[in-house]
Structure formats: C-alpha cells, structure tokens
Design a protein around this ligand. Structure first.
Ligand code: DAT
Ligand code: MG
Length: 148
C-alpha cells in the first residue's frame, strides 16, 4: 500500500473546490489517512518546493502556495502516486486530459489546483514535512480486502 501527499492549493480553496477534488480521489478508491487545513509558512513552502529551487518560477511558486490556506492530505492505496497523478492530469492545464482535475478545472500552470507527490521516495519526504507520524491514522476500508 503506497502513500502520497496531496495539497489542494490556494486556488482550489478560493474557488471552493475542496469537495470536488477530494471526491475524485475518494471515488477512485484512495483512502484518506491524514488531513490538515493550514496556512503554509515560507519555511514550509521552501522545504516542500526544495527540488524546484533555482528554477525561474520558484519565487512565484513559493509566493503562490503561501498566498492563502491549503488543504494537505495523505492518501493511501495501491500505486497511490501514479493513480493520483493520473487523476490530477498534466502539470500544464492545456495538456491535461479532459476528465482529470486540471483538465476539467484549471487554465494556468501556476494555478493548477492540486499538488501530488511524483515518486514514492518524494512522497515520504513530503508527508514528513506536513505530518507527524501520530497524525496519520491506520484503519481499514471495507474495499481494502479486494484482490487487485
Ligand atoms: P507538478 O505539480 O505536476 O508535479 P512540477 O513538480 O513540475 O509539476 O512543478 C511544480 C509546480 O510548479 C506546478 O504544479 C506548477 C509550477 N510550475 C511548473 N512549471 C512551471 C512553469 N514553467 N511556469 C510556471 N509555473 C510552473
Ligand atoms: Mg511536482
């Protein structure tokens, strides 16, 4: 069972799309194991986006993610990183497939509604930036015993 860190970014909160975005992940079958509504500090944003430091859009990225509250969550499930990235759609909304979150609802790369970890290794690092181990809840869904 893999885990991933998902953020509903400030544009998702401002556009009141929290329910819409979470429901897509739930309907797919991902399990919510942690959730936190917070205003990210610049320190946390710099840590979270450390891999992008030095890129042209880095300052914009940090400033946008700290511009308002975000919803952070840990989702668990089989191949959680890949499954959530498929549901999110491509980074650039004009390349995101219709049916995906970004494909259906985003117009700009800088405001693409949602963050999702891009590898199991990065997921564990990103999860640790936002959650203490004690804030992650271990429980079973009825569907968890399905074979797949
Ligand atoms: P993703 O969010 O799909 O993992 P990423 O990790 O490459 O994409 O980049 C992180 C975020 O940075 C992305 O969601 C939006 C922003 N971004 C990426 N490339 C950009 C660009 N060329 N111009 C402006 N913002 C960009
Ligand atoms: Mg990324």
């Amino acid at each position: 069972m893999e885990r991933t860190l998902i953020l509903i970014k400030p544009d998702g909160i401002q556009r009141q799309m929290v329910g819409e975005i979470i429901s897509r992940f739930e309907q797919k079958g991902l399990k919510i194991v942690a959730m936190k509504f917070l205003q990210m500090s610049s320190e946390l944003a710099e840590k979270h986006y450390a891999i992008h430091k030095g890129k042209g859009f880095y300052d914009e990225l940090v400033s946008f993610i700290t511009s308002g509250p975000v919803l952070a969550m840990v989702l668990a499930g089989r191949m959680a990183v890949k499954q959530t990235r498929n549901l999110m759609g491509a980074t650039r909304p004009e390349e995101a497939t219709p049916g995906s979150i970004r494909g259906d609802h985003a117009m700009f790369t800088g405001q693409n509604l949602v963050h999702g970890s891009d590898s199991d290794e990065n997921a564990e690092i990103e999860i640790a930036n936002f959650f203490e181990p004690s804030e992650i809840v271990n429980y079973d869904l009825a569907t968890g015993s399905w074979i797949g």
